[in-house]
Design a protein around this ligand. Structure first.
Ligand SMILES: Cc1cc2nc3c(=O)[nH]c(=O)nc-3n(C[C@H](O)[C@H](O)[C@H](O)COP(=O)(O)OP(=O)(O)OC[C@H]3O[C@@H](n4cnc5c(N)ncnc54)[C@H](O)[C@@H]3O)c2cc1C
Length: 548
């Protein structure tokens, strides 16, 4: 934000808005938001909508903004969203908004595509769900089932006072196939919602295959369907096939957006040495004890670190820069920041007491059950791109894993995403291709839960368009709204994939939060968010009504 006074900026923006001769630039919109944040009501009323200058009836965009501003004078968040909506709508050409019967093609039956297909089909829309597996595989999926989880089996925290917990509450309120199926397939994992991945994927697949409004087409799709009565939602994920990725790249020009994701190894349960391990949840949280903890002494820890740091890695291709997603860094990248970093990351011993010694271990590796039968365990946070031989050697230095047999080794993949704030409009449709929407990890959300949530958002916006109602986004004081703001309002040059976290929620958008400490603030946000979501759902309830 420049040093210009808010009212000066507001006046300039008002002029630009009213002129409506061109689309608002990102910088202008950022300024507008900043003005809304810092301005008093008086400044806004006088500078932005000086009553003496009102000339109603000339400009519908301005009329709408004035009306909604006056109505929601005590609610700057919804007014801000109204502004965003109207700015967006003012750039949408009238022939884009079609209420003709349309077929919605969804490319990819992963987390986002499955959630979106279910949302739209339940509201009576005809959906064709295209999935290339099992005819064409990706580097990470192993089955032909929909919503296959490719790495960990966790959909993050269940705690209502956590960002993923708030997101779950909101998705549940809307009606989420992914969450319903996850709850059916749940395995014990303390505070986390972890699933038996086969039971989970089967539940999603059966529901979609048997839905009367969904037709399944197996095979690779290489470009969107852009016929007059067709809408396409691209939800082809981080491992989008090359041909379709080529189309997206040519449509967005985004050739610089990729990062690496790593997979953690999975271990055969019967080969874990329980003499050197103990079962406990960190801080004894979350009911049934779920984690197998593998304690290490100081000496064992540093010997392990040396093996990781000297182990041979799979090389990156020479045109690829090493860019990792912060929440999914491989252990060797964490080690490179310091020999003790792993002890403060995935190997942290806090909240654990080794019953054999009665003390907290120097470091600990946690294993989480992969399935209900507990025949397989995932090493939590142990993504790695060490070569298989080096991986086995290092991991077998952990005393409880000295005889471990690996059902799957860790590995790395290049993931592709577009620069959403540059490429997408506020309703997640592609600039220049108004009938093509994007959802899931390809938009730069990160994680299973977030991808499903993004599918739900895109489906909501498609339903709004086909029902002929205005684009109306969830406000930024909800988890869904803050995820959307991340995608559409981040400054493009700073855009990075992100998962849902409190950092995306702006405390300014919540009531009475001034002076609160962190714990109190989070508690308050988690109570208010679902209420804001309900208000939003009520304000566009026709989109959420099911047909049967
Ligand atoms: C290696 C790896 C490890 C990961 N580990 C984790 C983790 O531990 N925890 C976590 O929360 N998230 C993890 N992620 C991120 C997670 O995969 C994604 O967040 C999530 O699966 C993305 O959901 P999605 O619906 O966008 O894509 P996906 O679930 O990948 O679904 C996309 C679907 O599109 C299909 N498809 C692709 N191209 C085409 C085409 N041209 N035509 C037709 N179908 C097509 C694919 O076969 C796939 O089924 C990982 C990602 C990768 C790649």
């Amino acid at each position: 934000m420049s040093t210009e006074r808010p009212e000066v900026v507001a006046r300039h923006l008002r002029k630009t808005l009213l002129a409506r001769q061109r689309e608002f630039s990102f910088e202008e919109f950022t300024k507008l938001i900043e003005v809304l944040r810092v301005s008093s009501e008086r400044v806004l009323t006088e500078a932005f909508f000086a009553p003496s200058k009102l000339d109603k009836g000339i400009d519908p965009v301005r009329d709408h903004l004035i009306h909604s501003y006056l109505k929601s004078i005590s609610d700057p968040v919804s007014w801000r969203n109204e502004c965003k909506t109207m700015l967006f709508l003012s750039t949408v050409k009238s022939n884009e908004i079609s209420t003709h019967p349309s077929t919605i093609h969804i490319i990819g039956a992963g987390l986002a595509g499955s959630e979106a297909a279910y949302f739209l089909a339940e509201r009576g829309f005809d959906v064709v769900l295209h999935e290339m597996r099992p005819i064409k595989k990706t580097e990470a999926h192993h089955t032909g089932q929909f919503a296959e989880l490719v790495c960990s089996n966790s959909l993050k925290s269940k705690s209502p006072v956590s960002a993923p917990g708030i997101m779950k509450a909101e998705m549940r309120a809307i009606g989420s196939l992914i969450l319903d199926s996850a709850e059916t397939a749940q395995v014990p994992a303390g505070d986390a919602l972890a699933v038996d991945r086969d039971v989970f994927a089967l539940a999603v697949t059966e529901k979609l295959k048997n839905h009367p409004k969904i037709r399944i087409e197996h095979g690779e799709v290489t470009a969107p369907f852009e016929g007059e009565n067709e809408i396409t939602l691209i939800a082809s994920g981080p491992l989008t096939s090359e041909a379709l990725a080529g189309w997206i790249q040519s449509a967005t020009g985004a050739d610089d957006c990729y990062f690496y994701d790593a997979i953690a190894p999975i271990i055969e349960a019967s080969t874990i040495d329980m003499e050197n391990a103990f079962i406990a949840n960190r801080y004894d949280k979350g009911g049934e004890e779920a984690y197998i903890n593998c304690p290490m002494t100081q000496e064992e820890y540093y010997a392990f670190i040396d093996a990781v740091m000297t182990g041979e890695m799979v090389p990156t291709k020479n045109f690829e820069k090493e860019k990792y997603f912060q929440g999914c860094q491989p252990i060797e990248a964490i080690c490179a920041t310091g020999k003790d970093s792993l002890r403060f990351g995935p190997m942290k011993p806090v909240g654990l007491t080794n019953p054999t010694t009665g003390r907290r271990p120097y470091a600990a590796v946690q294993l989480r059950p992969e399935n209900r039968a507990k025949t397989a365990y995932n090493i939590v946070g142990f993504q790695t791109r060490l070569k298989y031989g080096a991986q086995q050697k290092a991991l077998r230095m952990i005393p409880a894993l000295k005889n471990a047999e690996f059902l799957r080794m860790g590995s790395m993949h290049r993931n592709t995403y577009v620069c959403s704030p540059r490429a997408l409009r506020p309703d997640l449709s592609l600039k220049g291709h108004p009938r093509v929407y994007l959802a899931g990890q390809i938009t730069g959300v990160e994680g299973y839960l977030e991808s499903a949530a993004c599918g739900m958002l895109a489906a909501t916006f498609i339903a709004q368009r086909l029902k002929g109602t205005h684009h109306h986004a969830p406000p930024s004081n909800t988890a869904l709204g803050s995820l959307l703001s991340h995608l559409t309002l981040t400054e493009p040059k700073n855009f990075q994939p992100n998962n849902i976290q409190f950092a995306l929620f702006d405390p300014k958008f919540y009531e009475g939060t001034d002076g609160m400490d962190r714990a109190e603030l989070r508690e308050t946000m988690s109570k208010q968010s679902p209420l804001y979501l309900q208000a939003w759902m009520k304000s566009c309830k026709e989109v959420f009504e099911k047909t049967n």
